[in-house]
Design a binder for this molecule. Structure first.
Ligand SMILES: [Zn+2]
Length: 478
């Protein structure tokens, strides 16, 4: 069997976070009673005129800039004409041709081994979403909900020939894109609700061949895992077909996540003729250089560069840094805390106890009553020896539930760390009470020391500093 290469074009649609829809004042929100968030403009009734949403345009420009695109300084909207019940106007307002808002960009994915790979992007444009048809059991026909009709939608398409070459890279691409959209605050990126739709187009060809294979499209992949599985499954299916001498048919597949297989939805017999033409009801948009530059200046540091900086600047391991930058607010919280206390210890507390408490309360680490200042206070109290790590673990809970600072709790509870003199006495008592263990340690069994440390800690009720205990034990045993 010859060796095959997989190529995957990626098409992603993201619903944009705006108060109102793309061309009217209807609320842009997920769900709602069917057909309560629509008006004559959403439905394209005769006599209505659309007015574009400036915020949506700005979201696409910022995304395009973050994806290293050039900006078309003059951009227009088109009508994509087709008939389908979810599109009562008979056309979708979209951007066609060579002047979408963003062109010729790229996004970098980070592979498992830490290396970066550039994925070229051909366009980022603005369009409107369609309504949704719903199948109600027992009704015998479909019903329409137009709440989603006219919601601003951004489409991002990778370049040809595709740079994505495996299911894993398709997943990494989708994950990276989503985190960028979240950092920019342009979309909520909820794949399970369809506000981010990732549609890979895999094809296979024999290694060394210059001719790209026929691609298929996979839809309704509502998690990153399914993106990877879907591409891997389709690539295998295509290779098996080629091996059997069967043709690959250009078609759209749905993903059945229960059976873990792709299901044929629609064969594309010919490229549909959409009769694109410039939308006569909308004026062209001409950007000013200053406007674009002010948006460029507003871009945040993006997740992958930020992760790499965290590793370098704070000496964090890759896995910790990746977790800390997963959300912009989490990364901001970490940096605000790390300014005030040892960054590595801050990371440990954030990813350990604080995450555990936040998860149990269905909160995010950055929005709990433990502010960056409070967490830094806790970490510093351990560092200064005001409290031990063990006491800190007891205090973080009331800090979380009552929003108290570590200083308040130390005072309220009269917490005092045992001074070295007290620890010295305990050490002497423990040594006297355990002659067998002492003999073992003196015979070279270092491991037995742990038992004595435990005994001293127990007697000191956790209020002894580990450094003191170890030092005094070593001195006594020397
Ligand atoms: Zn409307």
């Amino acid at each position: 069997m010859p060796e095959y290469v997989v190529s995957v074009g990626m098409e992603c649609h993201a619903e944009l976070l705006t108060k109102s829809k793309m061309f009217c004042g209807c609320e842009n929100a997920f769900g709602g009673e069917p057909n309560t968030r629509c008006c004559p403009i959403c439905l394209g009734l005769p006599g209505t005129l659309p007015v574009f949403n400036k915020q949506a345009v700005e979201h696409v420009v910022r995304t395009a800039l973050a994806l290293n695109c050039e900006i078309s300084m003059r951009t227009i909207f088109h009508r994509k004409n087709y008939f389908y019940p979810d599109l009562p106007k008979g056309y979708q307002v979209s951007q066609y041709g060579n002047t979408p808002i963003g062109i010729n960009g790229f996004l970098e994915i980070e592979r498992e081994d830490g290396s970066l790979k550039k994925i070229r992007i051909t366009r980022a444009h603005l369009e409107e979403d369609t309504g949704k048809s719903q199948h109600v059991d027992g009704l015998g026909y479909s019903v329409m909900d137009y709440n989603r009709a006219g919601v601003p939608l951004m489409e991002i398409v990778t370049d040809f020939p595709p740079d994505v070459e495996s299911g894993e890279e398709a997943r990494l691409y989708a994950e990276t894109l989503r985190s960028i959209l979240l950092y920019l605050g342009v979309s909520d990126g909820k794949m399970e609700q369809g506000s981010l739709r990732v549609e890979p187009n895999p094809s296979v060809r024999e290694k060394g061949s210059e001719v790209y294979g026929i691609k298929t499209e996979i839809k309704n992949l509502n998690s990153f895992r399914f993106v990877q599985q879907g591409v891997e499954y389709e690539a295998k299916r295509q290779i098996a077909a080629i091996e059997k001498g069967e043709p690959i048919i250009q078609a759209t597949f749905g993903w059945d996540s229960e059976k873990n297989e792709s299901v044929l939805q629609r064969v594309k017999e010919s490229e549909q003729e959409y009769r694109y033409f410039p939308e006569p009801d909308l004026i062209p948009i001409e950007f000013l250089e200053e406007y674009i530059e002010s948006l460029r200046a507003s871009l945040p540091e993006l997740p992958i560069p930020r992760k790499r900086r965290f590793m370098q600047e704070y000496g964090l391991p890759a896995t910790d840094a990746a977790q800390l930058v997963s959300e912009r607010a989490t990364a901001d919280y970490f940096e605000a805390t790390a300014k005030r206390a040892d960054p590595k210890l801050v990371a440990n507390w954030m990813l350990g106890d604080l995450t555990r408490l936040a998860n149990a309360a269905s909160q995010s680490v950055y929005s709990t009553p433990i502010t960056a200042e409070h967490l830094a206070g806790l970490v510093n109290a351990i560092g200064k020896g005001t409290i031990t790590g063990k006491i800190a673990k007891e205090l973080i809970e009331p800090m979380f539930t009552d929003g108290k600072t570590v200083e308040q709790l130390i005072q309220e509870r009269g917490i005092k760390v045992a001074d070295a003199g007290v620890v010295q006495e305990i050490v002497e008592r423990v040594i006297a009470a355990n002659p067998d263990i002492v003999a073992k340690i003196r015979a070279g069994n270092e491991k037995s020391k742990g038992f004595l440390v435990g005994q001293v800690m127990k007697e000191a009720r956790g209020q002894a500093r580990p450094d003191d205990v170890n030092r005094l034990l070593d001195e006594a045993l020397a």
